[in-house]
Design a binder for this molecule. Sequence first.
Ligand code: FAD
Ligand code: DHB
Length: 391
Amino acid sequence: MKTQICIIGGGPSGLMLSQLLDRKGIETIVLEKHSREYVLGRIRAGVLEHGFAELMREAGCGARMDTEGEIHDGFEISDNGVLRRVDLKRHSGGSSVVVYGQTELTRDLYDARAAAGGHVIHNVEDVVLHDLNTEGKPWVTYRDGDEIVRIDCDYVIGADGFHGVSRKSIPADVLTEYEKLYPFGWLGVLSRTKPVNPELIYAKSDRGFALCSLRSQVLSRYYIQVPLSDKVEDWSDEAFWDELKARLPDEVAARLETGPSIEKSIAPLRSFVAEPMRWGSLFLAGDAAHIVPPTGARGLNSAASDIYYLYHAMMDHYLKGDDTGLEQYSQKALARVWKAQRFSWWMTSLLHRFPETPGYDQKLQETELAYLFSSDAALASLAENYVGLPF
Ligand code: FAD
Ligand code: DHB
C-alpha cells in the first residue's frame, strides 16, 4: 500500500489527526493494534479543554459533543471536609471546560473516519517502522495473519500510546527520557448512578485523594488514591463506596448514590517526557511521547496540542510547500508539553497524601492550598492552566 502519512495508533490522537488531514485532502492510513470495541472499552479521560473541543469541531466531529457534553464553568476542591469552589470562568477570563468522555469522542472520530471511507486497519500485529532517518522514504510493515503487509509513505506519526513501538524505534542515544513515578495509583469506578455533584469535586483528605467526576447525568466516574501494591480484586464495590464516602465532606457522602460498578481499574500515576518528538520522518504525538498523572486532566489535552501543531505543519508542507512547521514541531510541542507536566505535578502534589511525608512538607501542602483560596492571582493561575493554555 501507499499513502502520504502512516499513523500508528487508533486512539484519540491518531484518529483526530487522520480526520483533520483527510478534510484537507491529505491521505492517511491508521494502523491500530486492537479492535474498535477494545479501544472503546477503555474508560479514560472525561474533561476536555476549550482547544480540544475546537479541534473536534474543526474535524467535523463536534455535533454530539456539543449536544451531549456538559459545559463546566468551575469545580470544587474539598480540603478535609470543607468544600470550596474554583470559578474557572471568572478566573480564566471567560473560559470553561467540556465534560465529554474519551470513549464517546473516540466513537465520534471512528464514525467520521468510516463515513469518509478512511483507512483504519484494526488488529494489526508486529508493526515495524523502517528507514525513518535515511535519504529514502520511510515504510511500515505489519503482520496480518501469515502475511506481512508493507505501506510506503512520506511520514510516520507515532500516536501509539505509552507502550507503543514508535518511541522505541528512535535510537537510545538520540532519545532522552525524563520520568517521575508517584508512590500511588488511582482506582476508578464507573457506575450507572446520578453524579453526586453537578461539578467535579477534587477531594484532599487525611485518608488520601478522591475525585468525583461524571460522564452524564446518569453515569458517574469516581476515583480514589490507592497504594501501588493494591489490586482491583482487593476492592469490592462496597469497600470502594465506603472509602470514597470517608474521603468526602459529610454532606456530600450523605447524598452519594451507589450502585454496581460497570468498570473498575487501577492506573499508576506517572510523569514522563521523551525528547525530541521528531526523528527523521517520524513524529511522536500524545501518550507515545508524554504522560502526566491524571490529576489536572491534562493527558488528552496535551495530545490535542501535538495534533494541532502536526495538522498545521502537514498542511503547510503539502499545501504550501513550507516545512517550517515540521522543523519546529518538536520544540514547539515540547514547550507546551512541559507546561502541562508542571501543572499536573502541582495539582498532584497539592491534593494527594504522600506516604511518609515529613511534617514540614505537609505544612507546605496545607499552606499552598490556603494561599490558593486567599489569592485571586493564584486562582487565576490554576484556572488558566485547567482550561488550557493557548496552543
Ligand atoms: P492512547 O489512547 O493510548 O492510544 C494509542 C493507541 O495505539 C491505542 O489504541 C493502542 O491500542 C494503539 N497501539 C499501541 N501499540 C500499538 C502498536 N504497536 N501498533 C499499533 N497500534 C498500537 N486526559 C485528559 O486530558 N483529561 C482527563 O480527564 C483524563 N483522565 C484520565 C483518566 C485515567 C484513569 C487515565 C488512565 C488517563 C486519563 N487521561 C486524561 C489521559 C488520556 O486518556 C490519554 O492522554 C489519551 O488516551 C492519549 O491518547 P493517545 O491517542 O495519545 O494514546
Ligand atoms: C476525570 C479524570 C481526571 O483525571 C480528571 O482530572 C478529571 C476527570 C474523569 O475521568 O472524569
